[in-house]
Write a protein that binds this ligand. Structure first.
Ligand code: ADP
Ligand code: MG
Length: 245
């Protein structure tokens, strides 16, 4: 039986008086890729800020691999890898220096860190470029470094916040393929925030978020049945009352 890497129950959050998330509940299974779809302003990044504990949860419950994030913060966060919407690499450090800093934060020994860095960079075809400064890399390669970094401590759940926005088609495609392979071959749970419908694979789970509320969730055929539509594009259009994806 598959277990849940992430379970969220009745999560609500407001900025001042403005509600950004309203009674959000869902789970992400180990080895599955879940696409969190929603137009700009839906609440996707807010949700990620709560899961990563950038914001404190006021209402509701978030569990990572069975660890509640307030009660067992360190254990929960050790299970989590994140690629934020805005890049968080130091542009004047090399690929290797950026990754080493992260392994040090996670308390990996120098030897283990060296092995892990090589492994993750090789899988993304970036090992040869390890001595280059981030500033010298294009957007797609910077994103690859961020994905490698997020996986160094071997998390169970990988969060990606619109990682392909602004990239050219081949760079996008290789990242989309790579992340889906992580789920199917490495048994990692992936939660991928996107407003790009062409990033969905047939086996993906979907969560459609609009104005802070979950409008639909499940496998693609379940969402299509629920919305009585023939395509995800139409389903999204219906669920978001015509907002552009
Ligand atoms: P998404 O990532 O889906 O585009 P966000 O989570 O960034 O959505 O935003 C959700 C809602 O919360 C939007 O209405 C946005 O304007 C608002 N919001 C986001 N960040 C802040 C903030 N720091 N202060 C006030 N309102 C915010
Ligand atoms: Mg966002």
């Amino acid at each position: 039986m598959k277990s849940n890497a992430l379970t969220i129950n009745d999560l609500s959050f407001s900025y001042g008086g403005k509600k950004a998330l309203d009674q959000v509940s869902f789970s992400v299974e180990t080895g599955s890729c879940t696409l969190l779809l929603g137009p700009n302003g839906a609440g996707k990044s807010t949700l990620f800020s709560l899961i990563t504990r950038l914001y404190d949860t006021r209402d509701g419950r978030i569990e990572l691999c069975g660890y509640e994030i307030k009660q067992d913060t360190r254990k929960a966060l050790a299970k989590l890898g994140v690629v934020f919407q805005q890049t968080t690499l130091d542009l004047d450090l090399t690929v290797l220096q950026n990754l080493r800093y992260h392994t040090a934060l996670h308390g990996l020994s120098r030897k283990v860190a060296t092995q892990r860095i090589q492994q993750e960079l090789e899988r993304l075809d970036m090992y040869e470029r390890r001595f280059e400064k981030i500033r010298q890399l294009n957007g797609g390669h910077r994103r690859r470094v961020e994905i490698a970094r997020a996986l160094l401590h071997q998390p169970s759940l990988l969060l990606l916040d619109e990682p392909t926005v602004g990239l050219d088609v081949p760079s996008r495609q290789s990242i989309v393929d790579y992340v889906h392979r992580l789920a199917s071959e490495e048994n990692i749970a992936v939660l991928w925030a996107s407003h790009l419908i062409d990033e969905i694979y047939p086996e993906d789970r979907l969560i459609v978020l609009h104005k802070g509320k979950i409008k639909a969730k499940g496998a693609i055929d379940e969402v299509l049945t629920f919305t009585e539509t023939a395509t995800i594009k139409d389903a999204f259009f219906t669920l978001t009352q015509g907002e552009q994806a």
